[in-house]
Design a protein around this ligand. Structure first.
Ligand code: GLN
Ligand code: ZN
Length: 756
C-alpha cells in the first residue's frame, strides 16, 4: 500500500530559509550560502520522508519565494521591465520579480500570496529555469527517487493576469499552445533523468470554472500525452472538492494515471468517487489535513480508505495529504513547552508524514497497534477534555445562530448623536491604530515576557510610549487619537493570549510569502474572556488627552481567519464564541468612558470560500459576528472598523451590512474601483475613510498630493461622511517617515476645510 505527500514546508523547522534569504538580500551572505542552506533543508526533508517510509516523495516543492513565480521562471515569462536577457534565470532576475530592485518595483502579489504572472500575446516563452530537473537529480544523488511537482499548465494560466498594455479581455488560455512546448521540454528532461512519476498541481479545478476553461484541461493533457508516455502522471487537486463537471473532465483526461483529491475539505468528493472512478487509475486519497495542525483521527481515516479500496482496488489506492503540508507548522518536536495534553492532539508536517505512512501500512495489514491506540486515546481525550468544553459558552453561541443582531437606531441618526458628543471638524483626521514599533519597544515586551523586568517597569515603559504617541498626535493636531498599540506584538496574538481556548507555539511558523512567516494561535477550546484585555491601556491613554481616544480591538472574523481553528465544530460556531468575548470587551470599554471603538476586520475578505455558492453563507455569519460585538452599545458610541483592502465591490453589501459607523479601508492602488463602493457608501450614510496614503512604502506624500487625493474622493462623496487617514497601521514604518507624512495629511485636511 502506497503513501504520498503533496508537498512539504520549505522554511525549515526554525525558519532557516527565512534567515538565509534575508541575510542574502541584505548582502550579508553569498548566493552560495543561500544555496547551501536550501540544499541542506531539502536533503533533510527528503531523508525524513524516505526514512518514514513514504513511497511517493515530492521534489520541486521547495521554492525561494513561491511556486507560481518558479513556474514563471521555468517558462521564461519575465516581464520586459526586468531587462532579462535570456539564459537560465538567476537570483537577480528572480528576486527582482519577487521584490523589486532599485529601479523597478516588484510584480503584483495576490492576497493568496503568490506573484501573479503577467502575460500577453508578445511573451516569448523559453525554458529558463531547470529547477525541477535539478531538484530531481539532487534528490536522486541522495538516494531518494522523487515525484517532481509542477504547477499544471492550465492552473498557471488561470492564475495569471494580462500584462500592462494588454487588453483586460485577452484570453490567457490562448497561450496554452505557447507554454506546452516548454512543459514538453521539462517533461523530456525529467524522463531522461529517470523520473517514473510526475505530479501536476491543478488546484484551479476546484473553482467555479466555465466550460471553455474545463476544455483547456482536456486540450492541454491531450497535447502532452505523447510526451508523457512512459511516465505515470498524477493530477493533484486541493482546498475543496472538485465540482461534478470538473470531476468528469479530470477523470477523463488522457494519459493520466492518477488523481489526487482533498478529502478533508472536499465534502462531495467521496460521493463523486463512489459514483464513478475510472478503472485502472490510481486514487491519491488526501485524508491527512495539510492545512491544520490537528492529529488525524486514524480510525476514521482508515474506515474511509477501506471503503475507497473497495472502489478502486487495493493496488490503486494511495494514502496522501489533503494538500501540500506547506500550510501547516513544521515539527512538533520543537515545542517542548507546549502543554502535554494539547500536544497529544496535534500533528505538524513531520508528524503528518508519519500518519500518512501509518495509514498506508494499516491498509496493507501491518497496522501499528500501539500508534493507533495512542492516537485513539488522544482523540478521546480531546473529545472529553473539560479544557475544550465550556457549556455556558456553547449555549450562548448556539443561541445566536439564525437570529439577527443590529443596533436599534440607523447609522445616520447614530452619527448625529455621536457628533453632538464628539464635535469633530469636517474631514476628521485619525490613524488606523499602531505607531512605529521601535527596537526598544520590542525589547521591553520581550524582557517582560521573559520576566527580566517587573510588571511595574513594564507598565511604566508602555505608558511612557503611549504618552509619547498621544503628545505627538496632539502636536500634529489629529482629531481622533489612538494609543499606538505598543503593548501588542501582533493584532491576533495579543487577544488570543488573553482569551481562554487558545494555545501558542514557539515555532509553529507557516510561510506567508517570500521570507515572511506567521505563527497562528491554535484555537482548541470554547472561547471566553476571563477579564478585560484592553481597558487598562485604553483608559490610561484616554486620561492623557481631552481628545477622543479610540479603543482598538481585533474583530472575531479576523481572529478566526488568522488562527488554526478547531475541526470539531463549524467555523461559524467558533466565530460566534469569539464575537461574544469581543462584545464583553466593547461594553467594558464603553463603561470605562471610551466613546470611539475600532474593531478591525483586516481578514474578513480572505476568509471568503473559493466557490461563489458558499460566499453568502460565510458572509452572513461573518458579518453577523461583527455586529454581535457592538450591538449593545449606546448610539453615542462610535464604532469604527478597518479593512486591509479596497477590493470589495463584490462584497459591498456585506460591508454595509456590518453596520459600522465609520469604515476605514486601504485605497493605495485602486481609486477607480472604489468609486462604485463610495457611491454605495453615500447611500448608506456611514463615515468612510479611504486611506489617503500608502503606508507600505517609505515614501512621504506631500500635502498637495494628499489634498489632490481627498479632492478626488470629495467629487464622489458627501463632505460630511469623509474621514482622512492613512490606509493601514503605522507599525512597520519609522518615526522619520510617519511624522512628516501625518503632518502633511493633517495640513491637507485643514487646507480643504477652508475651501469647503
Ligand atoms: N489596528 C491595526 C494596526 O494599526 C490594524 C492592522 C491591520 O489592519 N492589519 O496595526
Ligand atoms: Zn490594515
Amino acid at each position: 500500500m502506497a503513501s504520498h505527500i503533496v508537498g512539504y514546508p520549505r522554511m525549515g523547522p526554525k525558519r532557516e530559509l527565512k534567515f538565509a534569504l534575508e541575510s542574502f538580500w541584505d548582502g550579508k551572505s553569498s548566493a552560495e550560502d543561500l544555496e547551501k542552506v536550501s540544499a541542506d533543508l531539502r536533503a533533510s526533508i527528503w531523508k525524513q520522508m524516505s526514512g518514514a517510509g513514504i513511497k511517493y516523495i515530492p521534489s520541486n516543492t521547495f521554492s525561494y519565494y513561491d511556486q507560481v513565480l518558479d513556474t514563471t521562471a521555468m517558462l521564461g515569462a519575465v516581464p520586459p521591465r526586468y531587462n532579462w536577457t535570456g539564459g537560465e534565470i538567476g537570483f537577480s532576475t528572480y528576486f527582482s520579480m519577487a521584490r523589486g530592485n532599485a529601479s523597478v518595483p516588484a510584480m503584483e502579489m495576490t492576497k493568496c500570496h503568490f506573484i501573479v504572472p503577467e502575460l500577453g500575446p508578445d511573451v516569448n516563452f523559453s525554458y529558463a529555469s531547470h529547477k525541477a530537473v535539478n531538484e530531481y537529480n539532487e534528490a536522486k544523488s541522495l538516494g531518494v527517487d522523487t515525484v517532481p511537482v509542477l504547477i499544471g499548465p492550465v492552473t498557471y494560466l488561470l492564475l495569471s493576469k494580462p500584462a500592462k498594455g494588454v487588453e483586460k479581455t485577452f484570453p490567457l488560455l490562448s497561450l496554452l499552445d505557447k507554454i506546452l512546448p516548454i512543459y514538453k521540454e521539462v517533461i523530456a528532461e525529467l524522463k531522461a533523468a529517470g523520473a517514473s512519476w510526475i505530479q501536476f498541481d491543478e488546484p484551479t479545478l476546484v473553482l467555479d470554472l466555465e466550460s471553455h476553461q474545463l476544455e483547456a484541461f482536456t486540450k492541454a493533457y491531450a497535447e502532452l500525452e505523447s510526451s508523457l508516455s512512459g511516465l505515470n502522471v498524477l493530477i493533484e487537486t486541493y482546498f475543496a472538492d472538485v465540482p461534478a463537471a470538473a470531476f468528469k473532465t479530470l477523470t477523463s483526461l488522457s494519459g493520466v494515471s492518477g488523481f489526487g483529491f482533498d478529502l478533508v475539505r472536499g465534502g462531495q468528493t467521496l460521493d463523486l468517487i463512489k459514483g464513478g472512478f475510472p478503472s485502472g487509475k490510481y486514487l491519491f486519497a488526501g485524508v491527512v489535513d495539510g492545512r491544520n495542525i490537528w492529529a488525524n483521527d486514524l480510525e476514521a481515516s482508515l474506515t474511509i480508505l477501506q471503503s475507497l479500496e473497495g472502489i478502486v482496488g487495493k493496488d490503486k489506492l494511495v494514502v496522501s495529504t489533503s494538500c501540500s503540508l506547506l500550510h501547516t507548522a513544521v515539527d512538533l518536536i520543537n515545542e517542548p513547552k507546549l502543554d502535554q495534553e494539547i500536544k497529544s492532539w496535534l500533528a505538524f508536517a513531520a508528524q503528518k508524514v508519519v500518519e500518512v505512512n501509518a495509514l498506508a501500512k494499516a491498509l496493507a495489514g501491518e497496522k501499528d497497534e500501539a500508534f493507533f491506540s495512542a492516537n485513539a486515546a488522544a482523540q478521546a481525550s480531546r473529545k472529553s477534555s473539560p479544557r475544550v468544553t465550556n457549556e455556558a459558552v456553547q449555549k450562548a453561541a448556539a443561541a445566536l445562530k439564525g437570529s439577527d443582531h443590529r443596533r436599534a437606531t440607523n447609522v445616520s441618526a447614530r452619527l448625529d448623536a455621536q457628533q453632538k458628543k464628539l464635535n469633530l471638524p469636517i474631514l476628521p483626521t485619525t490613524t488606523i491604530g499602531s505607531f512605529p514599533q521601535t527596537i526598544e519597544l520590542r525589547r521591553v515586551r520581550r524582557e517582560y515576557k521573559a520576566k527580566k523586568i517587573s510588571e511595574e517597569e513594564y507598565i511604566k515603559a508602555i505608558k511612557e510610549e503611549i504618552n509619547k504617541v498621544v503628545k505627538l498626535q496632539e502636536e500634529l493636531d489629529i482629531d481622533v487619537l489612538v494609543h499606538g498599540e505598543p503593548e501588542r506584538n501582533d493584532m491576533v496574538e495579543y487577544f488570543g493570549e488573553q482569551l481562554s481556548g487558545f494555545a501558542f507555539t514557539a515555532n509553529g511558523w507557516v510561510q506567508s510569502y517570500g521570507s515572511r512567516c506567521v505563527k497562528p494561535p491554535i484555537i482548541y477550546g470554547d472561547v471566553s474572556r476571563p477579564k478585560p484585555m484592553t481597558v487598562f491601556w485604553s483608559t490610561a491613554a484616554q486620561s492623557m488627552t481631552k481628545r477622543p481616544m479610540k479603543g482598538m480591538l481585533t474583530g472575531p472574523v479576523t481572529i478566526l481567519n488568522w488562527s488554526f481553528v478547531r475541526n470539531d465544530q463549524p467555523r461559524f460556531e467558533t466565530c460566534y464564541q469569539i464575537a461574544l468575548a469581543i462584545k464583553d470587551e466593547v461594553e467594558d470599554l464603553e463603561k470605562a468612558g471610551i466613546t470611539v471603538i475600532q474593531i478591525d476586520e483586516a481578514a474578513l475578505r480572505e476568509g471568503l470560500p473559493l466557490r461563489k455558492a458558499e460566499h453568502a453563507f460565510y458572509l452572513d455569519w461573518a458579518v453577523h459576528s461583527f455586529r454581535i460585538t457592538n450591538v449593545g452599545v449606546e448610539d453615542t458610541t462610535q464604532i469604527h472598523t478597518h479593512m486591509c483592502y479596497s477590493n470589495f465591490n463584490d462584497i459591498i453589501h456585506s460591508i454595509i451590512n456590518m453596520d459600522a459607523d465609520v469604515i476605514t479601508i486601504e485605497n493605495s492602488r485602486s481609486d477607480e474601483k472604489l468609486l462604485s463602493v463610495f457611491r454605495e457608501g453615500v447611500k448608506y450614510g456611514a463615515g468612510i475613510g479611504p486611506g489617503v496614503y500608502d503606508i507600505h512604502s517609505p515614501r512621504i506624500p506631500s500635502t498637495e498630493e494628499i489634498a489632490d487625493r481627498i479632492n478626488k474622493m470629495l467629487a464622489v462623496l458627501e463632505t460630511n461622511i469623509l474621514w482622512v487617514n492613512p490606509d493601514c497601521g503605522l507599525k512597520t514604518r519609522k518615526y522619520t517617515e510617519v511624522k512628516p507624512a501625518l503632518e502633511n495629511m493633517v495640513s491637507a485636511a485643514k487646507l480643504l476645510r477652508t475651501q469647503l
